[in-house]
Ligand binder design. Structure first.
Ligand code: RB5
Length: 146
């Protein structure tokens, strides 16, 4: 994995899983910044999705991890930010493919969808898989932005 830290954020629906991911990153010595939320009190996924996506798009963090109840609202929000390719994954195959093919820079997870064990494997797969750098994938990604 690259050197820059991970930006992580969630709403209340993703808070519990985020705490597990934070423990996991800490154990592995992977740097991160938690953009909130900081409790299970009801809040808006848009605020945290936007904050993390803007920080990643600005180049302050190499990648981001976003969690809400389904992962849907927070990924839709993140993908509104220019330069962000946020992939909602519930399996390791997708997490690997989205890094290799889409050079996804944010992983979204559904805290009410995936269990902790699977989520941590998805996180590891996402963080450890490099972009393929293949011409056809570079071409397709460039068309997303145009
Ligand atoms: C919050 O109840 C829930 O709507 C949110 O976490 C997320 O699933 C939205 O897409």
């Amino acid at each position: 994995m690259e050197n820059k830290a991970i930006a992580i954020g969630s709403d209340h629906g993703g808070f519990e899983l985020k705490q597990e991911i934070i423990k996991h990153l800490t154990k592995k010595g992977i740097g991160f910044e938690d953009f909130g939320c900081f409790s299970e009190a009801s809040c808006d996924y848009t605020d945290y999705g936007k904050a993390v996506a803007e920080a990643v798009a600005a180049g302050k963090y190499e990648k981001g991890i976003l969690i809400c109840g389904t992962g849907i609202g927070i990924s839709i929000t993140a993908n509104k930010i220019k330069g962000i390719r946020c992939a909602l994954c519930s399996d390791c195959f997708s997490a690997k493919a989205t890094r290799e093919h889409n050079d996804a820079n944010i992983l979204a997870l559904g805290g009410r969808v995936v269990g902790v064990g699977l989520a941590l494997k998805i996180v590891d797969t996402f963080l450890n898989t490099p972009f393929s750098n293949e011409e056809r994938h570079i071409r397709r990604i460039s068309k997303i932005e145009s």
